[in-house]
Ligand binder design. Sequence first.
Ligand code: CP
Ligand code: NVA
Length: 313
Amino acid sequence: MKNIAKIADLSQEDLEGIVGMADRYRSERMNGEAGDRPLAGRFVALVFEKPSLRTKVSFEVATVSLGGHPVFLSAGQIFVSGSKQAGRESIPDIGRNLERFCDILVARVYSHSTISTLCSTVKVPVINALCDQHHPCQAIADVITMERLAPQGPKGLKVAYVGDGNNVATSLVQACVMRGHSIVVASPKGYEIPEGEQRVTHSRRVSPQQSIEFIHNPVEAVTGADIIYTDTFVSMGQEEEHHHRLKAFAGYQVDAALMAQAPSHVKFMHCLPAHRGEEVTDEVMDGPQSVVFEQAESRLHVAKAVLAWVLQA
Ligand code: CP
Ligand code: NVA
């Protein structure tokens, strides 16, 4: 059974295969070609405990474009783990029901353990659409975006992530390292990517030329960077920490002054939603170096690719 629970579960060949499929779906869409319909007659359950714009819409559009039918279930319909509300039924029971109706489960959940439980319980593929620790579909979209748009070509980029060592950061650095890029992450003390995930990141290096650094100084991180990436300082589920986190992340905002520390060809990326005025300024978001909406569009190509890939024998 093929699942996409986290980036580090994928082999090098798996990631290359998915990236290649996403590139093909992008070209077909650009050229107005109809393409294949590997989801014809298939049903895709989209189980979302948390809000979403890009992930929900890209998976729904991808499913229909590939000939399938999406079935969206919000937290108001079934409560899964981690929700403040009591669960209507257990996660394994939800999975065992959904697999009787649907061919793929796409789940956005509070806790990674929910993804693990679904993967070990159900007999249909499970795709992680974001949890507290990982956001693999975002990271695949991120690498295809930077490899396409970096002015000096797709190989050996230097990617600087500034901000919270969260789900997006973890998946991003692991995907970048598996694609041969160098990464540097600058986070405040106490908000680093978890040590275990840093070790996993080192273990997926593909070339001795790659540099992998976890530091605290944002200016040092962006020096020489081809890509500057940030994400919210307050992820979904951390709303009560908002005030405290904004204080902890003072000095980590990506603004014009920080962008100016990098070479002029640097691109700005953000998974979105952006919290303008917190982790990034309007000037950077809307400036000529920002590729955030191209990055968002890549989510569609990757949604198609992962849906088709998990169904391959
Ligand atoms: N980047 C991302 O996953 O966006 P949504 O939360 O809107 O799905
Ligand atoms: N880190 C953010 C990403 C949203 C796409 C969150 O988990 O809320």
